[in-house]
Design a protein around this ligand. Structure first.
Ligand code: KG4
Ligand code: ZN
Length: 335
């Protein structure tokens, strides 16, 4: 079974080819244009997807060493995401499906992230706790099988990546802010400033990061002049990063204890954060198995979409010939 997978839910266009669940190619084009605006501009994202999607598909097929006639099914991200971006990917996928008479499997983007740990590590056993943490999402899942999982917590306001990005912006740094804060933090003191760890001791697994952003804004306004000095930037970055990472680690750890699960998977762009990775790997000393997929499977990528589509074909009787499905921007709800 060879699958061509298409991901265009936000600002990355990605096309992958998988054969028997092995990734033959996973081409990702990130849209640099948004850096000029300090955040993602949806209309520009849709236009860039339109410009990229055909040539990336060609490049992905060439990299995989296959042609369209070798492909058995197509997978596409159908939800959630930016409406225009999703429409570009799904319309393109529907066109290919009609032209080549291939089944088309719509895949939920967050589910793609949830199961990216299985793509990385075939020996990963169910159940596991999955933390999906990116610019758009911060959620915890208890995952029992390829078809069963429950959302055990999610952010009530900003996602963790969004907090990194917004705080970087108010510090006068660039976009995306997460990698910049990560880099500055390496030379800063994480205990210099005690920023709030919102909801860290709440008796649920939900998150809240907008209060941190507001606290940092007022703290800077009260104590510093712009532009910030180099050492101040480093210390604020390290202290902000410590606050965000503390909450993510603590909630994931307590969820794993509550549900008596020893396997933990982290996905989404924020899993690139060096402190987060270090702290999660320290849990291995307590007997946890920690899976952090390689970066190209953590950020938005089509390989995870194709991987889950393959599982869906194997585990259901659906022939996936129905092309009437709609895309949806609606985020996942807690259950
Ligand atoms: O998964 P992703 O590529 O796109 C979506 O948001 O869906 O994640 C991007 C997010 C941005 O908010 C970015 O600032 C954050 O991931 N990020 C990081 C790091 N690298 C990327 N956050 C903290 N530390 C990093 N090293
Ligand atoms: Zn994502």
């Amino acid at each position: 079974m060879k699958i061509l997978a298409i991901e265009s839910s936000c600002d990355d266009t990605s096309i992958a080819v998988l054969s028997e669940n092995k990734v033959l190619s996973n081409v990702i084009s990130s849209q640099a244009i948004h850096r000029n605006y300090g955040g993602i501009v949806p209309e520009l994202a849709s236009r860039a997807h339109i410009n990229n999607i055909s040539s990336l598909t060609e490049a992905s097929l060439v990299t995989a060493g296959v042609e369209m006639k070798d492909i058995n099914a197509i997978a596409v991200t159908s939800e959630p995401g930016l409406m225009g971006s999703l429409i570009v990917g799904s319309s393109f996928a529907k066109g290919l499906s009609l032209k080549y008479d291939l089944p088309l499997i719509p895949v939920n983007h967050i589910e793609g992230h949830i199961y990216s740990g299985c793509l990385e590590d075939e020996s990963l056993d169910f159940p596991f706790i999955s933390l999906v943490v990116s610019g758009g999402h911060t959620s915890l899942f208890l995952v029992e099988s390829y078809s069963e999982y429950i959302t055990i917590g999610m952010t009530k306001d900003d996602a963790a990546g969004e907090a990194f990005d917004k705080i970087a912006k108010l510090m006068g740094l660039g976009y995306p802010g997460g990698p910049i804060i990560d880099k500055l933090a390496k030379e800063g003191n994480p205990t210099e400033y005690d920023f709030p760890r919102s909801m860290i001791n709440s008796d649920d697994f939900d998150f809240s990061f907008s209060g941190l952003k507001t606290a940092v804004r007022y703290f800077i306004q009260k104590n510093f002049e712009f532009p910030l000095g180099e050492l101040d930037k480093k210390n604020i970055a390290a202290s902000v990063q410590a606050a965000i990472v503390d909450v993510l680690i603590h909630k994931t750890y307590t969820a794993s204890k509550k549900y008596k699960v020893k396997n933990i998977v982290i996905g989404g762009g924020v899993s690139a954060n060096s402190l987060l990775r270090k702290k999660f790997h320290e849990l291995e000393l307590k007997g946890f198995k920690i899976v952090i997929p390689k970066m190209e499977y953590c950020i938005d990528n089509a390989a995870m979409i194709g991987f889950l589509a393959d599982k869906k074909i194997q585990n259901t009787n659906n022939d996936y010939k129905d092309l009437t499905f709609k895309v949806s921007s609606r985020p996942m709800r807690s259950n």
